[in-house]
Design a protein. Structure first.
Length: 215
């Protein structure tokens, strides 16, 4: 069993899932050295704990958002705003989304864009939770990328018709979300493409782009 498979297996045990499908193909085992085995074991445990904590946070925030949706006294976007600022790295996401024209923006425009981008993400979050009924969000899979991202896939709803969402986490001490894949589409990639198209139609007017995002 490779390292990623062991991370997923460990997470399944820690989170308390009954049945887990181990990702990846079978491989011929290679006996590791004692030091390598120790390092791998520590990495597996650390990653498993990170994923467990992340799943707990997602469920806590989801319940808060669901409860706020029933409370007319609570501002509609409060739960989403809190979740985004606690578990997302909006600065990194905004930078990636503006990579094609970041060097054309003044410092003031970058700050204005960052605020507009957060507003956009809050609205996106609220739309995603419109059909959420408060059910527990389950872990569906874990894998890592070559550049060190930890991909955590969760299921909203039943195994038969639940919606899968993959969260891209920086595998570091902060462990923040830097992208989300929903129904096969990347939130950051879609935003980058849309922003580039809007900027092109506005003849490169950054202020027009910011105004568009603020709508």
């Amino acid at each position: 069993m490779n390292l990623v498979s062991r991370v997923f297996a460990s997470v399944c045990c820690i989170v308390g899932l009954v049945v887990c499908a181990i990702p990846g193909r079978s491989q011929t085992p290679i006996a590791p050295s004692a030091s390598t085995a120790s390092e791998d074991a520590a990495s597996v445990v650390a990653s498993a704990l990170v994923v467990k904590e992340f799943i707990t946070k997602i469920n806590d925030h989801a319940r808060t958002i669901h409860q706020n949706s029933k409370n007319v006294a609570a501002p509609a976007g409060d739960g989403c705003r809190t979740m985004l600022n606690e578990i997302f790295d909006l600065n990194v996401m905004a930078q990636v989304a503006t990579a094609d024209f970041l060097d054309q923006m003044t410092l003031r425009q970058r700050e204005a864009f960052r605020m507009a981008f957060e507003h956009r993400m809050i609205a996106h979050c609220m739309r995603q939770f419109e059909s959420y009924d408060g059910e527990a969000i389950k872990l569906a899979g874990v894998r890592t990328t070559d550049n060190g991202l930890l991909l955590v896939t969760t299921r909203f709803g039943s195994p038969e018709d639940g919606r899968l969402v993959t969260w891209h986490l920086q595998n570091s001490d902060r462990c923040r979300v830097v992208d989300i894949i929903i129904e096969g589409r990347s939130v950051v990639t879609d935003a980058r493409s849309e922003f580039a198209a809007v900027l092109e139609s506005a003849n490169g007017d950054i202020e027009a782009l910011i105004a568009f995002i603020q709508k």
